[in-house]
Design a binder for this molecule. Structure first.
Ligand code: 2BA
Length: 108
């Protein structure tokens, strides 16, 4: 058995979860925050049999899009102390996926 840990963008979460549950997978949704952008994202935990890993990854691929976001970056300050910012382009997503071996699973 494997545990799939997938971080996706909030905008894609409903579609990904809808497709997973429609196809019979069980999923836990956690509201998370990316360390770099400091913005909300969604992390999914999906426990599956080994042969279900690739269909789940396929669902993630189909429903998770790459998007460009803009992050303010301080570039200096005016002589009277007002901070100056520039926006840098950051490509985010589709999905960041970790696949972990599960030692033991039970529901009591
Ligand atoms: P964030 O940490 O907010 O990162 C958002 C995007 O910013 C990343 O997109 C990447 O394009 C860029 N980025 C992140 N760290 C960077 C750095 N040190 N220098 C330059 N650019 C950087 P993704 O790679 O698609 O990641 C989306 C989200 O997935 C991340 O949000 C984070 O929440 C999670 N994630 C990505 N890689 C991870 C990892 N190795 N471990 C844990 N979580 C990860």
């Amino acid at each position: 058995m494997k545990l799939i840990v997938a971080t996706i963008q909030d905008q894609d979460a409903d579609r990904v979860i809808g497709s997973l549950t429609e196809q019979g997978y069980r999923v836990t949704r956690i509201g998370t925050t990316g360390g770099f952008l400091q913005q909300g994202n969604t992390t999914l935990l999906v426990g599956v049999d080994d042969n279900q890993v690739s269909p789940v990854i396929n669902i993630l691929k189909v429903h998770s899009q790459r998007r460009t976001q803009y992050m303010p970056m301080a570039t200096g300050a005016t002589p009277n102390g007002v901070a100056l910012y520039n926006y840098v382009e950051v490509e985010v997503g589709g999905a960041t996926v970790f696949i972990l071996d599960v030692d033991h699973f039970e529901q009591v």
